[in-house]
Design a protein around this ligand. Structure first.
Ligand SMILES: [Zn+2]
Ligand SMILES: [Zn+2]
Length: 242
């Protein structure tokens, strides 16, 4: 084994895989917290995967989950092509262990434009542009390039109601990966990454738990009195504040 390859746990929405990854993949999978994530890494060589854990089966399996993918080369926004989308799937129960999307910019030097409405995504991309993408040599990108491309995607809840626009991926105070969105009313909110069912042309939530950005701190759980932020005891009833 090469010195730069390490066996790592890579988390997905429905479990994790254990795989040997190189430094670049490790950087990609690191979203700032202690864990590494499969989604930003994309498709791994299945020979690199030694085992996986399925949350649905609540069980660890030897070997690799199924990896199914397609290459839609679909233009999802101005200057942004969905190059590949794939899923890691449990061999036993067919649950999705992890999903990933790989986007490519047609022109690396300019930013991504406005996301296109879904209805127009069937329009064909000039074949010339596709060729350019395919022959483009692998450029070593910033570790967060793929993740940063979710910026501006519409976010829909379980009932397919648009609740806002994706802003960025961050880490909350509990060291959990969250998606920060701007809600329809312009207020920022964060959604636990685990609650995201699908990142594609839009972001679809599997569980519409939106955590208010500013949890009311200092609120007494006993009498409901709003104390100053950081208060240890309630001014009203003296109860200890969690
Ligand atoms: Zn399973
Ligand atoms: Zn109180």
């Amino acid at each position: 084994m090469s010195a730069e390859l390490r066996l790592k746990k890579l988390r997905g929405s429905g479990g994790y895989v254990m795989a040997t990854v190189n430094d670049q993949q490790q950087m990609k999978g690191n979203l700032g917290g202690p864990d590494l994530f499969l989604a930003p890494i994309g498709r791994l060589d299945s020979q690199k995967i030694t085992k996986y854990f399925c949350n649905t089966c609540e069980k660890e399996f030897e070997g690799t989950p199924k990896i199914e993918y397609e290459n839609p080369n679909e233009e999802v926004a101005e200057n942004l092509v969905l190059a590949e989308k794939g899923q890691y799937i449990c061999n036993s129960c067919n649950a999705v262990i992890a999903e990933y999307r790989e986007f490519k910019k047609q022109n690396e030097t300019v930013g991504v434009g406005v996301a296109k409405p879904i209805e127009t995504t069937t329009q064909s991309i000039p074949s010339k542009i596709i060729e350019q993408i395919q022959i483009k040599p692998e450029i070593s990108t910033q570790p967060t390039t793929e993740i940063s491309l979710i910026e501006g995607l519409s976010v829909y809840d379980e009932s397919a109601r648009k609740i806002g626009i994706a802003k960025q991926v961050g880490i909350d105070s509990n060291q959990l990966v969250v998606l920060i969105i701007i809600k329809n009313d312009g207020v920022e909110a964060s959604i636990l990454w685990n609650n995201i069912r699908k990142v594609g042309e839009v972001i679809l939530l599997g569980n519409p738990t939106v955590i208010p950005e500013r949890i009311q701190q200092g609120k007494c759980t006993s009498c409901g009195f709003s104390n100053k932020e950081g208060s240890k005891f309630c001014e009203e009833c003296g109860n200890k504040i969690q």
